[in-house]
Design a protein around this ligand. Sequence first.
Ligand code: URP
Ligand code: ZN
Ligand code: ZN
Ligand code: ZN
Length: 472
Amino acid sequence: MKTLVTGGTVVSSTGRSQADVLIDGETIAAVLPTGSTILGFDVAANVDTVIDATGKYVIPGGIDAHTHMEMPFGGTQASDTFETGTTAAAWGGTTTIVDFVVQYPGQDPLEQYQLWHEKADGNCAVDYGFHQILSDVQDSTLTAMDALLKEGVTSFKLFTAYKGVFLSDDGQILKAMQRAADNGAMIMGHAENGSVIDVLVQQAVARGDTDPIYHGLTRPWQAEEEATHRLIMLADLTGAPLYIVHVSAKQAADQIAAARARGQNVFGETCPQYLYLSLEEQLGAPGFEGAKWVCSTPLRSRAEGHQNHMWHSLRTNHLQVVSTDHCPFCMKDQKEMGIGDFSKIPNGIGGVEHRLDLLYQGVVTGEITLERWVELCCVTPARMFGLYGRKGVIAPGADGDVVVYDPNGHTSIGVGKTHHMNMDYSAYEGFEVDGHVDTVISRGEVIVDGGQFRGRAGHGEYLRRGLTQYLV
Ligand code: URP
Ligand code: ZN
Ligand code: ZN
Ligand code: ZN
């Protein structure tokens, strides 16, 4: 099966060119100046499928490096399965996800890794890899990290919050970082001071301040900045590379920037919710509505300027990646568990389908360049998590993961049930955005085309990732 994507503007992190992309089987065979012949051989006349990308951008398939499909959390389970979640991802131009295997205290990390394979294998519409969440770090955990590395799980998330659920103490974090410094793994950090937050939450609930907005008010930026700084110091002590997930506070982004300026291997991601949504407008919506936007780290105050600062941090490479932290819960029966007590609202927002479109608005408004859009959404996630070469690039030998993006198209997000995620609402309800994902190709198969889903559960393959390719 040969496919030619012709007439488009191929965009990478470093530039753009008018080029045709020839995909042979599962891989990219050639990138040629538009309309080329190869030794007099008419390429377009000798392929099975020609996709006309005239006037459109041709970019590497998106990589969402932070998702939680069917994750047991907050007394319930994230509402997207690997099938529904990866199908929604495909609709939005994301052809690779990296999901988190969860190890709760007392569980065996390797057994959990096998369990995640049972959930995902044969069910994904796009390719997938795994990070591993570690909670209680024991000596056996350190051995498990070595074993997981061989399985292609090369990054481990540790938490400074959620006592009794995910929180590791500083000594445990130190040990995991020492191991990572030895074996080359990436440490990912959920940076919020959990002890401080737990007290503020108890005090708020005791006062009767139980509306969703108190979720944000009891997780102040100081708790994020402090934990971000602490993790950076522990990483510096051990020499482990550190990637801070879901950065929302401008002060936390600045801690990452300062560490990078000192030459430390510290990286950060933010998510569309922290670029577009706020404590005042969404979390503070009347009644229980704000529950739709309860996630951690929380949405922050627009008056304090966090959202603008996230854009600034993306421009300046103080932050390197945009992921979604896709962790969807329905309002009915799930978010509703927290009526009368915000601390019982399951934490998470879904958005795996909308990342490319939402970030493209940054190109439209001039916050980021077209090339930076591709870098943040497609290229750097691949390099950061050991997938580059196969993923994140349109070049001969790479997987045939290609998105045709129409800059003159238009996307209405979440008006009625227009999305494909298994959620009964949209966090971006009513967003009208420029740009449209027209065609999505995953390892040579056209899985989305002209408003039709042509993929299938089971097409997606497990990706054994290598070590990070992003170190300074
Ligand atoms: O609220 C969030 N972010 N839920 C998902 C779990 C996590 O901490 O990433
Ligand atoms: Zn987290
Ligand atoms: Zn997460
Ligand atoms: Zn279109």
